[in-house]
Design a protein around this ligand. Structure first.
Ligand SMILES: Nc1ncnc2c1ncn2[C@@H]1O[C@H](COP(=O)(O)OP(=O)(O)OP(=O)(O)O)[C@@H](O)[C@H]1O
Ligand SMILES: [Mg+2]
Length: 247
């Protein structure tokens, strides 16, 4: 299978005045199309730093990052931004939706920023993305009129609307209870089944089992990388989940 992501000896040093923080100290990682990867590791181990580099939100201090066989370090600033807009969708822990802006407009927004206008019918595309996450009946609701899980699904629809090859999600269920988290994982698993590569950070070992592969980080390097044997399926769990269950 072809790599969508190939990272070699990735280093990231943050300099704050006199102090240098070695956030990544030589990460090697290959991810194929269609994978569903969970990144785990204690606080400060470099998970978000890695996600920001994979998402072309930041550049490494050293090492190489090939995205779809493109060496991202060789890209001019505009091309770097374009590759991010075209290939990657982001989902954040805090949803990051615009307040006082309904779900439909929140989802449509990234298309209005696309300087290449790759997607012509932005309104239709936004409706379609909201349908994919099961929110066709909430398109005119503003964020404060939606539950946490619904807000996160709007954020997933927004990440989807550009037709990305990859979705990157940094603790997407960090603000949600376990029942709602399972609903969100159901959406991620369905998207992965449709071919989208998913990389997500989670602190919960149980939630990592919704993925197909787990990478564990410590002190800026990957210390473990293995396939999930006893994978969980959110659609099964949802049906027999009760509030008393841990998961
Ligand atoms: N912009 C920054 N400037 C300076 N130091 C930073 C910056 N971002 C991260 N760091 C440092 O880099 C290290 C890795 O941070 P990172 O945010 O990647 O950890 P994390 O694994 O995502 O942790 P958490 O689970 O708490 O989110 C930490 O020591 C952090 O303090
Ligand atoms: Mg983090």
């Amino acid at each position: 299978m072809k790599n969508v992501i190939r990272v070699n000896n990735l280093h990231k040093i943050f300099t704050m005045g006199e102090v240098k923080v070695n956030a990544l100290r030589g990460v090697d990682l290959e991810i194929n199309y269609g994978e569903f990867l969970a990144v785990m590791g204690s606080s400060g181990s470099g998970k978000s730093t890695l996600m920001n580099l994979l998402g072309c939100l930041d550049q490494p201090t050293d090492g190489s990052y090939f995205l779809d066989d493109v060496d991202t370090s060789k890209l001019a600033k505009n091309d770097f931004a374009d590759i991010r807009n075209q290939k990657i969708g982001f989902v954040f822990q805090g949803f990051n939706l615009l307040p006082r802006t309904n779900a439909l407009d929140n989802v449509e927004l990234p298309l209005l920023y696309d300087r290449h206008n790759r997607i012509q019918n932005s309104h239709e595309s936004a409706l379609q993305a909201l349908e994919t996450v099961g929110l066709s009946d909430r398109i005119h609701h503003e964020p404060n009129q939606l539950s946490g899980g619904q807000q996160q699904r709007v954020a997933i629809a927004r990440a989807l609307v550009n037709n990305p090859a990859i979705i990157l999600a940094d603790e997407p269920t960090g603000n949600l209870d376990s029942r709602t988290s399972i609903e969100v994982f159901e959406v991620f698993q369905a998207l992965n089944d449709s071919g989208i590569t998913i990389i997500l950070v989670t602190h919960e070992r149980d939630f990592a089992k919704f993925a197909k592969r787990i990478v564990e980080m410590k002190d800026g390097v990957i210390i473990k990388d293995y396939l999930v044997k006893d994978r969980l399926f959110a659609s099964d769990l949802k049906n027999n989940h009760s509030d008393q269950d841990d998961l």
